[in-house]
Design a protein around this ligand. Structure first.
Ligand code: ARG
Length: 458
């Protein structure tokens, strides 16, 4: 057990207590961040004449060699150390002796871990954003290819009105675009440096917190040292944003599962992204989509867990906060993995255009347009709604689609129908007459696609 704090103790820590307390098993993920923070800290200490330039250079060289040896597998991070901070400091002292003991001057593990976590999350926020961008590129390419691919749009999972696949995909483009905006917001709010907050009350050394913030690419130092060591809001925001990404992916997955079902056959998931059954030879299952949907619960769980951990913690640092790590790492890996896999599945998925069109044609998706036809001929909408309701009932009784009715059948329901009703309720007319901003009509879609293209180029 290599601990940093033996001085005031007369007994060894109980082995179980040691293991319960230690975080090395998971915070070793922070090695790069911890060393980067230490580099900035010693440069600042030297600039402020708290240590000499010679000491600084020895410490920097020692830190470099530790990082290199770990990366090359020559130095193992073992549970002999309590946490990654102790691991680095103890190895530094082993390697360079006396100057190594000055590394922790004017610093506490509280501001150190607060910094490590921020650096780590800042990087993850950026990587999440990049993965979302790739997903948006795939969605946009499907949109461009399917401006004229007609499918039913649903409400209550009942066929509602005809739309296009481009239009449907555009809805997801919007969701993931907002998810990217959330990443940007989080970055803007979190990009302040807690280093120099000390244990909670700053330090008596003349630390230049602006300088360390600058070296580590932050906008500036955090403004209150107690908040600096105990703020985990940015992490809660990030977990909330990841939960929202997962919620979007889960809805999308649910649709893919429905579309891929034998009953719908709107899509075929590529063999590389499907799995078989051990007993039923005919099966090709959408496991990836199901797993994405399933893993959503894990990410929500992390958010609820951290909110609950934080809710009763008095200022400033308390050990409860160590619990922020494992659940966050899991939620981050899960979400990033899901975005990447979903992107792969989507980019290889085949859309069965004919089945989509057939489905849109049957199910009265053009009923609203038939009512609008009567409105254009002067009938009030509420009355037209009633007439078309009767017509639909007639079709159901006779096993027909509206397009299959003869003109005399139309006229029997309402004499205002003329030959042009067929064109008025064709799928193409139903879609292309919808010209309002954000609607599926060809012109409106062209505008939407142009704006998404521009957005992705920026
Ligand atoms: N492993 C600790 C954490 O993750 C590091 C900070 C320890 N600070 C302390 N006062 N024990 O929170």
């Amino acid at each position: 057990m290599a601990q940093l704090w033996g001085g005031r103790f007369t007994k060894e820590t109980d082995k179980l207590v040691y293991a319960f307390n230690a975080s090395i098993g998971f915070d070793q993920k922070f090695l790069a961040e911890d060393i980067a923070g230490s580099r900035a800290h010693v440069k600042m200490l030297a600039k402020q004449r708290v240590i000499t330039d010679v000491e600084m250079n020895e410490i920097l060289a020692g830190l470099d060699s530790i990082e290199k040896d770990v990366n090359e597998g020559k130095l193992l991070i073992t549970d002999e150390y309590e946490d990654v901070h102790s691991f680095v400091e103890a190895n530094l002292i082993d390697r360079i002796g006396a100057p190594g003991k000055k590394l922790h001057t004017g610093r506490s593990r509280n501001d150190q871990v607060a910094l490590d976590m921020r650096l780590f999350i800042r990087k993850e926020v950026k990587e999440t954003d990049e993965l979302l961008k790739k997903l948006l590129e795939v969605i946009l390419s499907i949109m461009e290819e399917h401006v004229d691919t007609i499918m039913p749009g649903f409400t209550h999972l009942q066929k509602a009105q005809p739309i296009t696949l481009a239009h449907h995909m555009g809805a997801y483009f919007e969701m993931f675009k907002r998810d990217r905006l959330r990443m940007k917001d989080i970055h803007e709010r979190m990009n302040y440096c807690p280093l120099g907050s000390g244990a909670l009350a700053g330090t008596t050394y003349p630390l230049d917190r602006h300088y360390t913030a600058f070296l580590l690419d932050f906008y500036g130092p955090t403004e209150n040292s107690m908040d600096g060591v105990s703020d985990r809001d940015y992490l809660i925001e990030y977990l909330a944003a990841l939960s929202t990404v997962m919620m979007h992916l889960s809805r999308f997955s649910e649709e893919v599962i429905i579309w891929n079902s034998n009953e719908y056959k709107f899509v075929e998931i590529d063999d590389a992204y499907s799995t078989g059954s051990s007993i039923m030879p005919q099966k090709k299952n959408p496991d990836i989509a199901e797993l994405v949907r399933g893993k959503t619960g894990r990410v929500y769980g992390a958010l609820m867990s951290l909110l609950t951990t934080m809710k009763g913690i008095p200022l400033a640092y308390n050990k409860d906060m160590q619990e922020d790590k494992e659940l966050s790492f899991d939620a981050i890996d899960t979400t990033k993995g899901c975005i990447a896999l979903f992107t792969g599945m989507l980019s290889t998925m085949k859309f069965e255009k004919d089945n989509m069109l057939e489905s849109a044609r049957h199910g009265f998706t053009n009923a609203t347009d038939a009512a609008d036809y009567l409105v254009n001929k002067g009938m009030p909408f509420r009355d037209a709604h009633g007439v078309i309701g009767e017509l639909v009932l007639y079709c159901i009784d006779h096993g027909k689609a509206m397009d299959d009715l003869s003109l005399s059948e139309w006229k029997a329901i309402c004499p205002m129908f003329e030959q042009d009703i067929y064109d008025a309720i064709s799928m193409e007319t139903c879609i292309n007459k919808r010209l309002t901003v954000g609607a599926p009509g060809r012109q409106a879609m062209a505008q939407e696609i142009a704006s998404y293209k521009k957005y992705l180029q920026e």
